[in-house]
Design a binder for this molecule. Sequence first.
Ligand SMILES: *Cc1c(COP(=O)(O)O)cnc(C)c1O
Length: 463
Amino acid sequence: MVSTPTTVAASGRQYLPVSTDNPASPNQSLLPLTAGVNRQDHLEIGGCDVVELVQRFGTPLYVLDEETLRTACRQYRQAFQQYYPGESLVIYASKAWNCLAVCAIVASEGLGIDVVSGGELYTALQAGMSAETMYFHGNNKSVEELTMAIETGCTIVVDNWLELQTLVGLAAEQPIRIMLRLTPGIECHTHEYIRTGHLDSKFGFDPVQLDRVFEFVSQHPQLDCVGLHAHIGSQIFELQAHQDLTGVMVQWLGKAAHYGLSIRELDIGGGLGIRYTESDDPPSIAAWAKVICEGIVTACQSQNLALPKLIAEPGRSLIGPACVTAYKIGNQKEVPGIRTYVTVDGGMSDNPRPITYQSVYRSVIANRMSAPLTQTVSVAGKHCESGDIVIKQADLPATEAGDVLVVMTTGAYNYSMASNYNRLPRPAAVLVNQGEASLILQRETYLDLVRQDCLPERLKSHG
Ligand SMILES: *Cc1c(COP(=O)(O)O)cnc(C)c1O
């Protein structure tokens, strides 16, 4: 029943995945792997008609495809098992989208998790994730967060001197399991705000301090330093940067040995890019993993070092392609000779990436999938910001109020960065799988919006 829409293909763009029998790497697909068009000419994801989902759950609506997320998890795990002769662990960088259901799915696929706040840690614990595969990141963890991490028993990825000293003070009989986050001094080509591996970064210890840090740790038995960590940035397409990183990290490993530290784990971070538009051409999950595994193995052999446990922590490439956001179209404004604005019932509050990083997205009209694309418009959000444009140039068929506009690849850093700007309640999210849709995030209500508000007595019942 599900077919590829000819008009979309005729426009020279192939949004729909070709087949799910032999799934491509999800990060190379614009739509979730289960996407298709049904007899009503509606977009279908996970066997669910997106137009029906919208009628049932309202808009804006995040639609998360379980199969795409699970496929990405499996591809990561299988690739590391295939290409790395030592032990490996894939952990989900949950800041991309942290909620109970997503944590439960990645845990059931055998992934660990990285968290960057007490709130993310709390959610992962509530989802039943176990502390042994939990890594706590952050460049300014509070004492409360560090205490919570110690009590939980997760590994703390130490970012700076203050944190090292605080941890020494907090340690009880049990040494605290830590990793050290180091800045590798590697430049990569991505947006300035999501670049983290260059020297001028707020994250991690500077490499010139390496000796001092290793010396400090070796003198403090309260700290059990099990690993070294680096993360060079996000939405990266070239493999070279990660290949370079493997060499740098194995050098650190050799240096740590001089201080008597027995480092057992190397965590090479995340960062693999995904396809937001047809011009994005990221390497596959397997290709990325292969370069990293081979890089570590080669560097360890040449330095005569035992293979560490290899950890990777992807976020965007696991969850990004698995989700779309459905909106209802409302007002349309034509500025003669300039452009047409097609306005949707959400925007920067459910997807702040365009206004933050000038991110580019693609969209389809879910209730008329095979309609010919006849106009290029700007899809505008409903917020009081001129910059609240979801898509600057969207090729769409003729549109009318009530149409369902679906923006693709919105799984990563959309819900997790969502806000209540203009007091919009945050959207609901549904998990779709084999024709079933389950609510995983309830739509916020107006009551939710005032739940934390306090009205001092003297302001009450004026008027
Ligand atoms: C954000 C982040 C990741 C994940 O990055 P992606 O580009 O989403 O894969 C991994 N590790 C750390 C420390 C991060 O801050």
